[in-house]
Design a protein around this ligand. Sequence first.
Ligand code: MLC
Length: 400
Amino acid sequence: MVITGLGAVTSIGLGVEAFAAGLREGRSGVRPITAFDTAGFAHANGCEVTDFVPEEWIERTDPAELGRASRFSVAAARMALRDARLTDADVRGRASLVSMGTTDGESRDLDDLVAAQVERGSEHVDPALARRIGAGRLSSGIVAELGLTDVEAVTIPTACAAGNYAVGYGFDAVRCGDVDLALCGGADALCRKTFTGFYRLGTIAPDACRPFDRGRQGILTGEGAGVLVMESLGSALARGARIYAEVLGYGLACDAFHPVAPDRDGITRCIRLAHRNAGVRPEDVDLISAHGTGTKANDVTESGAIRQVFGESPPPTVSIKAMIGHTMGAASALSSAACALAIDQGFIPPTINHTEFDPECGLDCVPNEARVADLRIVQNNALAFGGNNAVILFGRYQER
Ligand SMILES: CC(C)(COP(=O)(O)OP(=O)(O)OC[C@H]1O[C@@H](n2cnc3c(N)ncnc32)[C@H](O)[C@@H]1OP(=O)(O)O)[C@@H](O)C(=O)NCCC(=O)NCCSC(=O)CC(=O)O
């Protein structure tokens, strides 16, 4: 099972080349939020996608039919397909899967509908907005755009681990022969509801996100989409496709420990399950792409779980959320894309904004500067509210 195409809509770059360059440079997508009126919040930085013009990426669908998250997901799917050098005609009649993860679905539209209802009354709720809010549109929008005819489409709402769930779903579908091709990932749009929720929990950083830093103060909300084209090795080889990486296996484990606090032992269990399913030993892992939200609670708990599994010298462990913010349902999909790029291009993306090592975390977070590295096996952690955890292992493809 291999990855042959990548699509990325992020605050540090649109498309796989720009995203890869941003990861290497340690680019920051942080800026003051413009998506909604931030009056009343003491601080409101975020990682918004500001240069996205849907018409530049979406070919067949009228963007007005899609909410912002669906525009991202459809655009990322288009990018991924193009990157995989597949045309619409190549994929249209093939047995395929579209699986997209999300935290909030079309939350931006929901914000607007609620505002219209509260401020002006239900007769002012726009039916054009009302018909595009179903979260299922994140995947069915891709089906419509590509004109797929033999396809299963699923949208998975397991919050901030949803991208990894979607990739895992695709892994199973291709591996068991149900489908030839899977487009898997996640998408979310920055919105008032999510920002306000995290703000009220006390988890929004005032300026920047500093994962694993002693002075970390929380997350910055972000937005975007990541999509991976996945196919069997046989299919990729038969068409001479470029192979970024193999998907080796994954583990899902829900500890349901607490609505918002992570549980070290639950995370440990999930990592061990992923290793077992992928046939990987801890000492084989060259890099961990952490969930690394930059909250006090996440980073110390995730680090504790990593040390339980890997001992006192874990592999380098980075968080790309320092660059692109917490993109919610897109987060682990974009991290999956980053893992594939890291393996393919031989580098470790840095954890930017780092000023002070935190001995409580005790990890080599590859501070501030990317590193050249020969990576064979890379682990992608995704941890969600409610203890819904998902960990994937990627490997370098070696001709056999
Ligand atoms: C919401 C919380 C701040 C807890 O708030 P509470 O109001 O219950 O307060 P509390 O008494 O538990 O915590 C008070 C102080 O302790 C810190 N704190 C809490 N738990 C901690 C832990 N295990 N280790 C170290 N510090 C901890 C808090 O940041 C806060 O710091 P101080 O006193 O300095 O202010 C925390 O649970 C939290 O940060 N949760 C989010 C963790 C996270 O990032 N998860 C990622 C997966 S979820 C995700 O990615 C999103 C999604 O799925 O939707």
